[in-house]
Design a protein around this ligand. Structure first.
Ligand code: CA
Length: 233
C-alpha cells in the first residue's frame, strides 16, 4: 500500500517514513502543502498522513482542496498538542482521524491500519494468485496459509506483481513502481529480487509462478497454462 506523508519537519517525516517502510508500506513524502497537494491530486495513495502546520499551504487547505476534488483517500491529520479546534476543524473538513504530536510510531501505525481496513472494507484487503495470498493491511504473505518471510522490497515487488497478475510488466514499469527510479533500470537488481521471490514462492515440480519474458520483463501467472515455458534466466 502507498502512503503519502506531508510533513515539513524533516526529522518527523523521516521517522514516519522509516517506520512505515519497515512495516512494508511504500512511502512518499512532501515537505510543504503545495507539493503534498500536487502529489495527492495526481497519484494514487491508499492513505495520507497530513501535518496541519505546513509552509506554503496549511494542512486544512490541502485537505479541503483534496476533498473538493472528490478524492476520498483516508487522511490522518497531525495536530499540535491541546489544539481542540484543530482536531474539530480537521474532522469537519473530512479527515478520517487525527493524532496529537508528539506521538508514538506504534500509535500512528495502528490508526493507519484501522483507517485502511475501514476504507477498504468494501474492497478486498487481500490479493491472491494460485496458492499465494497477500494481506495488504498487515503486509504478510502466505503460501497455503503458511507465512512466507519477505523483506520490504520483496513484499513491494510481489504486491505490485499480484495487483497486475497475468500482465507483462516491463523492467522500467517495475523500476518506477517499486524502486521509484532510484537506480538504473539496466542494473540487475530486479533480476536479483525476482530470483529471491522465486526461491521463496516456487516449489520444485510445480509450474513457475513468475515467468520471464525475454528482453521485456516478467509476468506473474495466475492460471497454469500449457503454453511452452520460456527459460528462466
Ligand atoms: Ca509542521
Amino acid at each position: 500500500m502507498r502512503i503519502l506523508v506531508i510533513e515539513d519537519e524533516r526529522k518527523v517525516a523521516s521517522f514516519i517514513k522509516r517506520g512505515l517502510e519497515e512495516e512494508r508500506y511504500i512511502v512518499e513524502t512532501a515537505a510543504d502543502g503545495e507539493a503534498g497537494l500536487e502529489l495527492a491530486l495526481h497519484n494514487h495513495f491508499d492513505a495520507i498522513v497530513l501535518d496541519v502546520m505546513l509552509p506554503k499551504l496549511d494542512g486544512f487547505s490541502v485537505l479541503s482542496t483534496l476533498r473538493d476534488s472528490g478524492a476520498t483517500t483516508p487522511v490522518i491529520m497531525l495536530t499540535a498538542r491541546g489544539t481542540t479546534d484543530d482536531r474539530v476543524q480537521g474532522l469537519d473538513l473530512g479527515a478520517d482521524d487525527y493524532l496529537t504530536k508528539p506521538f508514538h510510531f506504534e500509535e500512528l501505525a495502528a490508526r493507519l491500519r484501522s483507517i485502511l481496513r475501514r476504507s477498504s472494507s468494501e474492497k478486498t484487503t487481500k490479493l491472491s494468485c494460485g496458492n499465494i495470498t497477500l494481506d495488504m493491511v498487515t503486509h504478510f504473505a502466505y503460501r497455503d496459509d503458511v507465512e512466507i518471510e519477505l523483506t520490504t522490497k520483496e513484499y513491494a515487488l510481489l504486491e505490485y506483481m499480484m495487483r497486475n497478475k497475468d500482465r507483462i510488466l516491463s523492467r522500467s514499469m517495475i523500476t518506477q513502481q517499486v524502486w521509484k527510479h532510484s537506480f538504473d533500470p539496466e542494473s540487475n537488481i530486479i533480476d536479483v529480487y525476482i530470483k529471491r521471490l522465486r526461491t521463496k514462492l516456487e516449489r520444485p515440480g510445480q509450474p513457475p509462478l513468475i515467468q520471464s519474458i525475454r528482453g521485456v520483463g516478467y509476468r506473474l501467472r495466475d492460471m497454469i497454462q500449457d503454453e511452452p515455458e520460456e527459460q528462466s534466466e
